[in-house]
Design a protein around this ligand. Structure first.
Ligand SMILES: [Zn+2]
Length: 490
């Protein structure tokens, strides 16, 4: 049957993605590419053949099925490896965001055969808005990439940084297998700038039942966590209660309202990283201990680490202090049986070996924008004119993007475009300032239109990468591969 499929494809001038070839009942199926782009080619007969929606060709022997949402659901039913699943806490995982919906094949090639599992379809609501995509499209793209690559090791799908209950409900309904709960709106950032007296005053406004609960459990107590010990005095405890107690209640409520009733395994991640100040290891412990006591099972927790984890560039801060604190955070995660999650984890090459070591290789690292940057790097290589136009536009409109992202780039240090020859354009993506400029302006670039409403870059950008899909995959293999190597997963 596979031979018949290849023959039909060859006679029509279509390319078959060999790794995708699979069969069910009397139907052979593969991802193929024709002049108009990719589609599924089914050859034979049977339920799978009937259920796929498409055009019957080759005198009834074959069907060309477009990459629609409905056909993706059919694919998931007949080939379960194409559907995301919960990955659990025992293995290392890497979140691989794909804002464009075309990074999947290269990302899967990068992790294939390594002792780390991919969480694809990792997208926040902000990213959806900025790219004009829906959660259905994000998940469809991931599943089709998995089919194209014949990747059968399992993958997750992450509804990332969700805050609103409607979004949580939607992501779970669509089959996302990981849910990252963003607790930032329930974390009190003002406490960081209060003195002891002000904290005590704020603390006194909490109901006595809540205060007593925390005091009984933590005040004046010391807890042994592996080789570390964690102590609470009355003052720091008051601060932690003010900062985190509402967030802990929120985590508990979401867990009981959405995660438990879902009735299936879900990798439930708690994110307390989007705050102004680093998470004290003792505060991390208190949150974890509260969750355990309340019966909330989590997959991972993302604290805010000391130093800076800016988008798309290496770690900024004191490596010694980072290692000290990471050790304690990792010990806490280990004690409670979940994984430490590292957000904005791309390109943090100087801290990857530390993370690999102290988590004993059991971690979750999230990357997103770096996969977009590799797409831009590829465009700079193969379509310099387009890159130049995008670069100039990004410089002109960067102020709008700064409303969303905190970065410390210095625009004046970016080499002038008009004095940079074509062959040096990809090097912009190596330089931190230009890198951050392109990193944060993805939404503006993808949405930019001329007066007639025609896209300024998006269409050509996609067409370029579609023609050069192997070049993009190669860039991802190299760049993500470097992450994995330093994390100890080569
Ligand atoms: Zn985060």
């Amino acid at each position: 049957m596979a031979a018949a499929l290849k023959q039909i494809a060859a006679s029509s001038g279509w390319k078959v993605y060999d790794k995708s070839l699979d069969a069910h009942g009397g139907t052979a199926l593969a991802m193929v590419r024709g002049k108009e782009g990719k589609f599924l080619l089914a050859v034979g007969e049977g339920e799978l053949f009937e259920e796929l929606d498409g055009t019957v060709i080759a005198e009834g022997e074959a069907k060309a099925a477009p990459l629609t949402h409905d056909n993706r659901k059919v694919l998931n039913r007949y080939f379960p490896y194409t559907a995301p699943r919960a990955l659990g806490t025992e293995i290392a995982t890497i979140g691989l965001g794909d804002r464009l919906g075309i990074a999947g094949p290269g990302q899967l090639q990068a992790v294939k055969g390594k002792k780390i599992w991919p969480v694809l379809a990792q997208q926040s609501i902000r990213e959806l808005h900025l790219t004009g995509r829906s959660y259905e499209e994000v998940l469809d793209a991931a599943c089709y990439a998995v089919f194209q690559e014949g990747f059968r090791d399992g993958f997750g799908a992450d509804g990332d940084h969700l805050k609103a209950e409607a979004d949580i409900e939607l992501a779970l309904r669509l089959g996302f297998t990981m849910l990252t709960l963003d607790c930032s709106e329930h974390i009190d950032n003002d406490v960081a700038s209060m003195d002891g007296g002000q904290i005590r005053q704020a603390y006194e406004t909490y109901p006595s039942a809540i205060r007593e609960r925390y005091e009984q459990r933590y005040s004046g107590k010391t807890f042994a966590i592996g080789e570390e010990s964690i102590a609470f005095d009355a003052g720091t405890l008051q601060g932690y209660v003010c900062i985190y107690s509402k967030a802990i209640d929120f985590m508990e409520r979401i867990y009981n309202t959405y995660i438990v009733p879902a009735g299936r395994e879900i990798d439930f991640e708690i994110s307390i990283d989007e705050t102004l100040t680093p998470t004290d290891p003792a505060a991390h412990f208190m949150v974890a201990q509260e969750l355990r006591e309340r019966g909330v099972h989590i997959y991972s927790m993302a604290p805010r680490f000391c130093g800076e984890f800016q988008k798309g560039i290496d770690y900024i801060g004191d490596l010694g202090q980072f290692e000290q604190e990471l050790k304690v955070h990792a010990a806490i995660a280990d004690h409670f049986g979940y994984k430490l999650s590292i957000h904005s984890g791309s390109d943090k090459f100087s801290v990857f070996p530390i993370i690999g070591k102290h988590t004993s290789g059991r971690f979750h690292v999230k990357t997103a924008g770096t996969n977009w940057l590799e797409a831009v790097r590829t465009v700079a290589q193969v379509n310099p004119t387009l890159y130049r136009r995008m670069h100039a536009y990004a410089l002109e409109h960067v102020e709008e993007a700064l409303a969303y992202y905190h970065v410390s780039m210095k625009l004046e240090e970016i080499a002038p475009l008009d004095r940079t020859p074509d062959e040096q354009l990809p090097a912009y993506i190596e330089e931190d300032n230009a890198r951050q400029l392109i990193h944060i302006t993805y939404g503006l670039l993808l949405q930019a239109q001329d007066e007639q409403g025609k896209s300024l870059f998006k269409t050509e950008f996609y067409e370029t990468l579609d023609r050069q899909e192997e070049a993009y995959a190669e860039a991802l293999r190299g760049h993500i591969g470097r992450h994995l190597e330093l994390l100890g997963k080569s």
